[in-house]
Design a binder for this molecule. Sequence first.
Ligand code: GLC
Length: 424
Amino acid sequence: MANRRIASRLVGTVSALAVALAAGAALAQQTTLRIFTGGQQRPDVMRQIVDVYQQRNPGVKVEIEVGGATSEQQQQYLNTVLSAKDTALDVVLIDVIRPAQWATQGWAEPLDGYLGAERDAVMARYLPAYREANVVDGKVMALPYFADAQFLYYRKDLLAKHGVEPPANWEALIEGARKVLAAEGNANLAGFQTAGAPIEGTVCTFLVPLWGAGGALVEGGRVNVATPAAQRALKLWSDMRAANVTPPNLAEIVTDRIRLNLQAGNLLYAMNWGYVWNRVENDADSQVKGRIGVVPLPGFVGGQPATCIGGWQLAVSAFSKSKEEAVKLVRFLSSPEVSKMQAIFASHLPVFPEVYDDAEVLKANPWFKDALPVVKTARSRPVSPRYPEVSDIIRTNVNAFLAGTKTAEQALGDMNGRLPRAMR
Ligand code: GLC
Protein backbone atom coordinates (compact mmCIF):
# COMPACT_ATOMS: atom_id res chain seq x y z
CA MET A 1 0.00 0.00 0.00
CA ALA A 2 2.66 2.41 1.15
CA ASN A 3 4.78 1.43 -1.78
CA ARG A 4 1.96 2.10 -4.17
CA ARG A 5 1.37 5.48 -2.60
CA ILE A 6 5.02 6.35 -2.94
CA ALA A 7 4.99 5.09 -6.50
CA SER A 8 1.99 7.21 -7.39
CA ARG A 9 3.48 10.21 -5.61
CA LEU A 10 6.62 9.62 -7.58
CA VAL A 11 4.68 9.49 -10.83
CA GLY A 12 2.95 12.71 -9.82
CA THR A 13 6.25 14.39 -9.07
CA VAL A 14 7.80 13.14 -12.28
CA SER A 15 4.91 14.37 -14.38
CA ALA A 16 4.90 17.70 -12.53
CA LEU A 17 8.57 17.91 -13.30
CA ALA A 18 7.94 17.07 -16.93
CA VAL A 19 5.31 19.82 -17.17
CA ALA A 20 7.67 22.27 -15.51
CA LEU A 21 10.49 21.27 -17.85
CA ALA A 22 8.28 21.59 -20.90
CA ALA A 23 7.11 25.01 -19.76
CA GLY A 24 10.72 25.99 -19.15
CA ALA A 25 11.65 24.82 -22.61
CA ALA A 26 8.76 26.75 -24.10
CA LEU A 27 9.87 29.82 -22.19
CA ALA A 28 13.39 29.35 -23.42
CA GLN A 29 12.09 29.11 -26.98
CA GLN A 30 10.05 32.29 -26.72
CA THR A 31 11.56 34.86 -29.06
CA THR A 32 10.50 38.48 -28.96
CA LEU A 33 10.89 40.33 -32.24
CA ARG A 34 10.63 44.09 -32.44
CA ILE A 35 9.54 45.70 -35.68
CA PHE A 36 9.79 49.41 -36.45
CA THR A 37 7.21 51.12 -38.66
CA GLY A 38 6.11 54.66 -39.47
CA GLY A 39 2.88 56.14 -38.17
CA GLN A 40 1.43 56.54 -41.66
CA GLN A 41 2.00 52.90 -42.67
CA ARG A 42 -0.95 51.64 -40.62
CA PRO A 43 0.62 50.10 -37.50
CA ASP A 44 -2.92 49.02 -36.50
CA VAL A 45 -3.18 46.83 -39.59
CA MET A 46 0.33 45.50 -39.02
CA ARG A 47 -0.74 44.54 -35.48
CA GLN A 48 -3.63 42.46 -36.84
CA ILE A 49 -1.28 40.79 -39.29
CA VAL A 50 1.40 39.94 -36.74
CA ASP A 51 -1.30 38.62 -34.39
CA VAL A 52 -2.01 36.00 -37.05
CA TYR A 53 1.70 35.22 -37.17
CA GLN A 54 1.85 34.85 -33.38
CA GLN A 55 -1.08 32.43 -33.39
CA ARG A 56 0.68 30.29 -35.96
CA ASN A 57 4.04 30.59 -34.19
CA PRO A 58 3.38 30.34 -30.44
CA GLY A 59 7.10 30.65 -29.65
CA VAL A 60 7.28 34.14 -31.15
CA LYS A 61 6.04 37.42 -29.75
CA VAL A 62 6.10 40.47 -32.01
CA GLU A 63 6.28 44.02 -30.67
CA ILE A 64 5.64 47.03 -32.89
CA GLU A 65 7.47 50.31 -32.42
CA VAL A 66 5.89 53.26 -34.18
CA GLY A 67 8.15 56.08 -35.40
CA GLY A 68 7.58 59.46 -37.04
CA ALA A 69 4.87 60.26 -39.56
CA THR A 70 7.14 61.13 -42.48
CA SER A 71 9.79 59.06 -44.19
CA GLU A 72 12.73 61.41 -43.52
CA GLN A 73 11.78 61.79 -39.84
CA GLN A 74 11.80 58.03 -39.42
CA GLN A 75 15.20 57.73 -41.09
CA GLN A 76 16.67 60.46 -38.88
CA TYR A 77 15.71 58.46 -35.82
CA LEU A 78 16.97 55.23 -37.36
CA ASN A 79 20.33 56.87 -38.18
CA THR A 80 20.88 57.37 -34.46
CA VAL A 81 19.70 53.93 -33.43
CA LEU A 82 21.65 52.06 -36.10
CA SER A 83 24.82 54.14 -35.84
CA ALA A 84 24.86 53.02 -32.20
CA LYS A 85 24.51 49.39 -33.41
CA ASP A 86 21.50 49.12 -31.13
CA THR A 87 20.20 45.53 -31.01
CA ALA A 88 16.65 46.56 -30.00
CA LEU A 89 15.14 46.43 -33.49
CA ASP A 90 14.92 43.18 -35.45
CA VAL A 91 12.89 44.25 -38.47
CA VAL A 92 12.60 47.75 -39.90
CA LEU A 93 10.09 49.04 -42.43
CA ILE A 94 12.03 51.26 -44.84
CA ASP A 95 10.95 53.46 -47.72
CA VAL A 96 11.66 52.24 -51.28
CA ILE A 97 14.36 54.93 -51.65
CA ARG A 98 16.52 53.55 -48.82
CA PRO A 99 18.03 50.13 -49.68
CA ALA A 100 21.16 51.61 -51.34
CA GLN A 101 21.96 53.67 -48.25
CA TRP A 102 21.20 50.76 -45.93
CA ALA A 103 23.50 48.49 -47.91
CA THR A 104 26.37 51.00 -47.86
CA GLN A 105 25.99 51.61 -44.13
CA GLY A 106 25.80 47.91 -43.34
CA TRP A 107 22.50 48.35 -41.48
CA ALA A 108 20.56 45.60 -43.29
CA GLU A 109 21.38 41.91 -43.06
CA PRO A 110 21.66 40.57 -46.65
CA LEU A 111 18.95 37.95 -47.08
CA ASP A 112 20.46 35.80 -49.84
CA GLY A 113 21.93 33.22 -47.48
CA TYR A 114 18.60 32.79 -45.67
CA LEU A 115 16.61 32.48 -48.89
CA GLY A 116 19.12 29.91 -50.18
CA ALA A 117 18.04 27.96 -53.26
CA GLU A 118 14.66 29.74 -53.21
CA ARG A 119 16.17 33.21 -53.71
CA ASP A 120 15.52 33.70 -57.41
CA ALA A 121 12.06 32.12 -57.32
CA VAL A 122 11.08 34.33 -54.36
CA MET A 123 12.29 37.51 -56.05
CA ALA A 124 10.72 36.62 -59.42
CA ARG A 125 7.22 36.85 -57.94
CA TYR A 126 7.40 40.55 -57.10
CA LEU A 127 6.65 43.42 -59.47
CA PRO A 128 9.93 44.28 -61.24
CA ALA A 129 10.33 47.71 -59.57
CA TYR A 130 10.45 46.07 -56.13
CA ARG A 131 12.75 43.30 -57.21
CA GLU A 132 15.13 45.98 -58.48
CA ALA A 133 14.80 48.39 -55.57
CA ASN A 134 15.60 45.75 -52.97
CA VAL A 135 18.63 44.19 -54.64
CA VAL A 136 21.81 46.24 -54.22
CA ASP A 137 25.02 45.04 -55.88
CA GLY A 138 23.42 41.64 -56.38
CA LYS A 139 22.39 41.25 -52.74
CA VAL A 140 18.83 41.14 -51.41
CA MET A 141 18.76 43.88 -48.76
CA ALA A 142 15.04 43.77 -47.94
CA LEU A 143 11.74 42.25 -49.12
CA PRO A 144 8.77 44.39 -50.17
CA TYR A 145 5.82 44.91 -47.82
CA PHE A 146 3.59 47.08 -50.03
CA ALA A 147 3.76 48.98 -53.30
CA ASP A 148 2.82 52.59 -53.83
CA ALA A 149 2.40 55.35 -56.39
CA GLN A 150 0.72 58.74 -56.46
CA PHE A 151 -2.77 59.08 -57.84
CA LEU A 152 -5.32 61.86 -58.26
CA TYR A 153 -8.13 61.70 -55.71
CA TYR A 154 -11.16 63.78 -56.60
CA ARG A 155 -14.64 64.63 -55.33
CA LYS A 156 -16.95 62.66 -57.62
CA ASP A 157 -20.03 64.45 -56.28
CA LEU A 158 -18.69 67.98 -56.85
CA LEU A 159 -17.40 67.25 -60.34
CA ALA A 160 -20.73 65.68 -61.33
CA LYS A 161 -22.69 68.57 -59.82
CA HIS A 162 -20.78 71.10 -61.94
CA GLY A 163 -20.49 69.01 -65.10
CA VAL A 164 -16.71 68.64 -64.86
CA GLU A 165 -14.93 65.46 -66.04
CA PRO A 166 -11.94 64.01 -64.12
CA PRO A 167 -9.06 65.95 -65.70
CA ALA A 168 -7.01 64.46 -68.52
CA ASN A 169 -4.26 67.05 -68.05
CA TRP A 170 -3.04 69.68 -65.56
CA GLU A 171 -4.48 72.51 -67.64
CA ALA A 172 -7.95 70.94 -67.46
CA LEU A 173 -7.53 70.37 -63.72
CA ILE A 174 -6.88 74.08 -63.15
CA GLU A 175 -9.84 75.07 -65.33
CA GLY A 176 -12.21 72.56 -63.71
CA ALA A 177 -11.11 73.51 -60.20
CA ARG A 178 -11.68 77.20 -60.88
CA LYS A 179 -15.17 76.44 -62.16
CA VAL A 180 -16.14 74.31 -59.16
CA LEU A 181 -14.60 76.69 -56.59
CA ALA A 182 -16.36 79.70 -58.13
CA ALA A 183 -19.72 77.94 -58.24
CA GLU A 184 -19.46 76.49 -54.72
CA GLY A 185 -18.36 79.77 -53.12
CA ASN A 186 -17.15 77.82 -50.07
CA ALA A 187 -14.18 79.50 -48.36
CA ASN A 188 -13.18 76.20 -46.74
CA LEU A 189 -12.92 74.33 -50.03
CA ALA A 190 -9.43 74.18 -51.61
CA GLY A 191 -8.92 73.16 -55.23
CA PHE A 192 -5.77 71.05 -55.19
CA GLN A 193 -3.07 69.97 -52.76
CA THR A 194 0.19 68.05 -52.97
CA ALA A 195 3.02 67.85 -50.43
CA GLY A 196 4.87 71.19 -50.25
CA ALA A 197 6.49 71.12 -46.80
CA PRO A 198 10.22 70.24 -46.70
CA ILE A 199 9.44 66.49 -46.46
CA GLU A 200 10.18 63.47 -48.65
CA GLY A 201 6.86 63.70 -50.50
CA THR A 202 7.85 67.12 -51.86
CA VAL A 203 10.62 65.47 -53.90
CA CYS A 204 7.80 63.87 -55.92
CA THR A 205 5.94 67.18 -56.11
CA PHE A 206 8.94 68.28 -58.20
CA LEU A 207 9.68 65.06 -60.11
CA VAL A 208 6.13 64.33 -61.30
CA PRO A 209 5.77 67.52 -63.39
CA LEU A 210 9.48 67.42 -64.32
CA TRP A 211 9.03 63.97 -65.88
CA GLY A 212 5.67 65.05 -67.27
CA ALA A 213 7.39 67.93 -69.07
CA GLY A 214 9.78 65.42 -70.65
CA GLY A 215 12.67 66.24 -68.29
CA ALA A 216 14.74 64.25 -65.79
CA LEU A 217 17.30 64.98 -63.08
CA VAL A 218 20.02 63.44 -65.23
CA GLU A 219 20.11 64.59 -68.83
CA GLY A 220 22.83 63.79 -71.33
CA GLY A 221 24.78 61.89 -68.68
CA ARG A 222 24.93 64.73 -66.16
CA VAL A 223 22.76 66.04 -63.35
CA ASN A 224 21.10 69.22 -64.53
CA VAL A 225 17.92 70.93 -63.40
CA ALA A 226 18.64 74.32 -64.98
CA THR A 227 16.40 73.22 -67.83
CA PRO A 228 13.15 74.37 -69.48
CA ALA A 229 11.43 71.18 -68.23
CA ALA A 230 12.37 71.96 -64.60
CA GLN A 231 11.19 75.55 -65.07
CA ARG A 232 7.90 74.22 -66.39
CA ALA A 233 7.57 71.86 -63.43
CA LEU A 234 7.82 74.68 -60.89
CA LYS A 235 5.63 76.91 -63.04
CA LEU A 236 2.81 74.39 -62.78
CA TRP A 237 2.66 75.05 -59.04
CA SER A 238 2.97 78.84 -59.34
CA ASP A 239 0.21 78.80 -61.99
CA MET A 240 -2.05 76.84 -59.65
CA ARG A 241 -1.30 79.31 -56.89
CA ALA A 242 -1.97 82.29 -59.17
CA ALA A 243 -5.32 80.74 -60.15
CA ASN A 244 -6.14 80.29 -56.43
CA VAL A 245 -6.49 76.55 -57.03
CA THR A 246 -3.83 75.76 -54.40
CA PRO A 247 -4.06 77.49 -51.01
CA PRO A 248 -1.48 80.07 -49.90
CA ASN A 249 0.03 77.65 -47.36
CA LEU A 250 1.03 74.87 -49.78
CA ALA A 251 4.62 75.17 -48.47
CA GLU A 252 3.37 73.94 -45.09
CA ILE A 253 1.34 71.00 -46.35
CA VAL A 254 2.43 67.46 -45.37
CA THR A 255 1.09 64.26 -46.91
CA ASP A 256 -1.31 63.24 -44.18
CA ARG A 257 -2.72 66.76 -43.82
CA ILE A 258 -3.91 66.45 -47.44
CA ARG A 259 -5.70 63.22 -46.54
CA LEU A 260 -7.32 64.90 -43.53
CA ASN A 261 -8.45 67.87 -45.62
CA LEU A 262 -9.96 65.55 -48.22
CA GLN A 263 -11.64 63.50 -45.52
CA ALA A 264 -13.11 66.62 -43.90
CA GLY A 265 -14.73 67.57 -47.22
CA ASN A 266 -12.43 70.57 -47.73
CA LEU A 267 -10.53 69.52 -50.83
CA LEU A 268 -11.55 68.96 -54.44
CA TYR A 269 -8.37 67.31 -55.84
CA ALA A 270 -5.52 65.63 -53.98
CA MET A 271 -2.26 64.21 -55.30
CA ASN A 272 -1.52 61.44 -52.84
CA TRP A 273 -0.49 57.82 -52.23
CA GLY A 274 -2.57 54.62 -52.08
CA TYR A 275 -3.26 54.56 -48.32
CA VAL A 276 -5.64 57.54 -48.55
CA TRP A 277 -8.47 55.50 -50.08
CA ASN A 278 -9.00 53.20 -47.12
CA ARG A 279 -9.02 56.12 -44.69
CA VAL A 280 -11.51 58.27 -46.62
CA GLU A 281 -13.82 55.30 -47.13
CA ASN A 282 -13.61 53.81 -43.62
CA ASP A 283 -12.59 56.37 -40.99
CA ALA A 284 -15.48 57.15 -38.65
CA ASP A 285 -15.00 60.90 -39.10
CA SER A 286 -14.86 60.85 -42.90
CA GLN A 287 -17.34 63.26 -44.48
CA VAL A 288 -16.77 61.96 -48.00
CA LYS A 289 -17.49 58.21 -47.93
CA GLY A 290 -18.61 57.03 -51.36
CA ARG A 291 -17.87 60.44 -52.85
CA ILE A 292 -14.20 60.02 -53.83
CA GLY A 293 -12.85 58.84 -57.17
CA VAL A 294 -9.25 57.83 -57.94
CA VAL A 295 -7.57 58.14 -61.35
CA PRO A 296 -3.99 58.26 -62.63
CA LEU A 297 -2.31 61.67 -62.25
CA PRO A 298 -2.71 63.98 -65.24
CA GLY A 299 0.14 65.10 -67.51
CA PHE A 300 0.59 68.33 -69.46
CA VAL A 301 -1.42 68.83 -72.67
CA GLY A 302 0.31 66.77 -75.34
CA GLY A 303 2.68 65.16 -72.79
CA GLN A 304 2.85 61.88 -70.91
CA PRO A 305 1.54 61.57 -67.36
CA ALA A 306 4.04 60.46 -64.72
CA THR A 307 4.04 59.32 -61.10
CA CYS A 308 6.64 58.45 -58.47
CA ILE A 309 7.07 54.87 -57.37
CA GLY A 310 6.74 54.52 -53.61
CA GLY A 311 6.35 51.67 -51.19
CA TRP A 312 7.76 50.13 -48.03
CA GLN A 313 10.26 47.33 -47.53
CA LEU A 314 11.12 44.98 -44.67
CA ALA A 315 14.79 44.95 -43.73
CA VAL A 316 16.30 42.69 -41.07
CA SER A 317 18.58 44.77 -38.87
CA ALA A 318 22.24 43.76 -39.09
CA PHE A 319 22.31 44.17 -35.29
CA SER A 320 19.35 41.92 -34.51
CA LYS A 321 20.08 39.06 -32.13
CA SER A 322 17.33 36.90 -33.65
CA LYS A 323 18.04 37.08 -37.36
CA GLU A 324 16.75 33.60 -38.29
CA GLU A 325 13.40 34.30 -36.63
CA ALA A 326 13.32 37.84 -38.03
CA VAL A 327 13.76 36.52 -41.58
CA LYS A 328 10.88 34.06 -41.06
CA LEU A 329 8.63 36.92 -39.95
CA VAL A 330 9.74 39.05 -42.91
CA ARG A 331 8.94 36.25 -45.34
CA PHE A 332 5.45 36.01 -43.92
CA LEU A 333 4.96 39.80 -44.05
CA SER A 334 6.17 39.79 -47.65
CA SER A 335 3.80 37.04 -48.81
CA PRO A 336 0.81 37.21 -51.20
CA GLU A 337 -1.44 36.36 -48.23
CA VAL A 338 -0.31 39.47 -46.33
CA SER A 339 -0.30 41.59 -49.49
CA LYS A 340 -3.99 40.75 -49.82
CA MET A 341 -4.71 41.55 -46.17
CA GLN A 342 -3.00 44.91 -46.49
CA ALA A 343 -4.89 45.70 -49.69
CA ILE A 344 -8.23 44.97 -48.02
CA PHE A 345 -7.55 46.60 -44.64
CA ALA A 346 -5.36 49.55 -45.67
CA SER A 347 -5.61 49.99 -49.51
CA HIS A 348 -1.88 49.30 -49.61
CA LEU A 349 -1.06 48.44 -53.22
CA PRO A 350 0.08 44.83 -53.73
CA VAL A 351 3.66 43.92 -54.66
CA PHE A 352 2.40 40.78 -56.45
CA PRO A 353 0.67 41.37 -59.81
CA GLU A 354 -1.93 38.61 -59.28
CA VAL A 355 -3.27 40.20 -56.06
CA TYR A 356 -4.63 43.12 -58.14
CA ASP A 357 -7.12 40.68 -59.72
CA ASP A 358 -8.37 39.19 -56.45
CA ALA A 359 -12.16 39.64 -56.12
CA GLU A 360 -12.09 40.65 -52.43
CA VAL A 361 -9.26 43.10 -53.05
CA LEU A 362 -11.22 44.68 -55.92
CA LYS A 363 -14.36 44.84 -53.84
CA ALA A 364 -12.53 46.88 -51.19
CA ASN A 365 -10.65 48.97 -53.79
CA PRO A 366 -12.53 49.15 -57.10
CA TRP A 367 -9.90 51.55 -58.52
CA PHE A 368 -7.19 48.86 -58.22
CA LYS A 369 -8.50 47.49 -61.54
CA ASP A 370 -6.67 50.38 -63.27
CA ALA A 371 -3.82 50.74 -60.77
CA LEU A 372 -1.42 48.03 -61.89
CA PRO A 373 -0.33 49.81 -65.13
CA VAL A 374 0.27 52.97 -63.09
CA VAL A 375 2.47 51.14 -60.57
CA LYS A 376 4.26 49.35 -63.40
CA THR A 377 5.13 52.58 -65.23
CA ALA A 378 5.81 54.69 -62.11
CA ARG A 379 9.34 56.11 -62.05
CA SER A 380 12.02 55.94 -59.38
CA ARG A 381 13.57 58.71 -57.42
CA PRO A 382 17.38 58.68 -57.76
CA VAL A 383 19.04 55.55 -56.40
CA SER A 384 21.97 56.68 -54.27
CA PRO A 385 23.68 55.74 -51.00
CA ARG A 386 23.52 59.49 -50.35
CA TYR A 387 19.78 59.67 -50.99
CA PRO A 388 18.97 61.63 -47.78
CA GLU A 389 21.19 64.44 -49.08
CA VAL A 390 19.67 64.26 -52.58
CA SER A 391 16.22 64.47 -51.03
CA ASP A 392 17.18 67.33 -48.72
CA ILE A 393 18.53 69.43 -51.62
CA ILE A 394 15.38 68.93 -53.70
CA ARG A 395 12.74 69.24 -51.02
CA THR A 396 14.18 72.33 -49.28
CA ASN A 397 14.57 74.19 -52.58
CA VAL A 398 11.12 73.25 -53.86
CA ASN A 399 9.71 74.24 -50.49
CA ALA A 400 11.52 77.61 -50.65
CA PHE A 401 10.07 78.19 -54.11
CA LEU A 402 6.55 77.34 -52.92
CA ALA A 403 6.98 79.56 -49.86
CA GLY A 404 8.06 82.42 -52.12
CA THR A 405 11.51 82.80 -50.52
CA LYS A 406 13.34 81.72 -53.71
CA THR A 407 12.52 82.34 -57.34
CA ALA A 408 12.43 79.36 -59.70
CA GLU A 409 15.87 80.37 -61.06
CA GLN A 410 17.35 80.54 -57.56
CA ALA A 411 15.82 77.25 -56.43
CA LEU A 412 16.93 75.38 -59.56
CA GLY A 413 20.35 77.06 -59.52
CA ASP A 414 20.89 76.03 -55.89
CA MET A 415 19.84 72.46 -56.69
CA ASN A 416 22.20 72.40 -59.65
CA GLY A 417 25.10 73.52 -57.46
CA ARG A 418 24.69 70.70 -54.94
CA LEU A 419 22.95 67.76 -56.60
CA PRO A 420 25.84 66.53 -58.78
CA ARG A 421 28.01 65.82 -55.73
CA ALA A 422 25.25 63.95 -53.88
CA MET A 423 24.26 61.91 -56.92
CA ARG A 424 27.78 60.94 -57.98
C1 GLC B 1 4.57 57.19 -49.40
C2 GLC B 1 5.42 56.35 -50.34
C3 GLC B 1 6.87 56.56 -50.07
C4 GLC B 1 7.18 58.04 -50.13
C5 GLC B 1 6.35 58.78 -49.13
C6 GLC B 1 6.60 60.28 -49.25
O1 GLC B 1 4.63 56.67 -48.11
O2 GLC B 1 5.09 55.00 -50.23
O3 GLC B 1 7.67 55.85 -50.97
O4 GLC B 1 8.54 58.31 -49.96
O5 GLC B 1 4.99 58.53 -49.34
O6 GLC B 1 5.68 61.00 -48.52
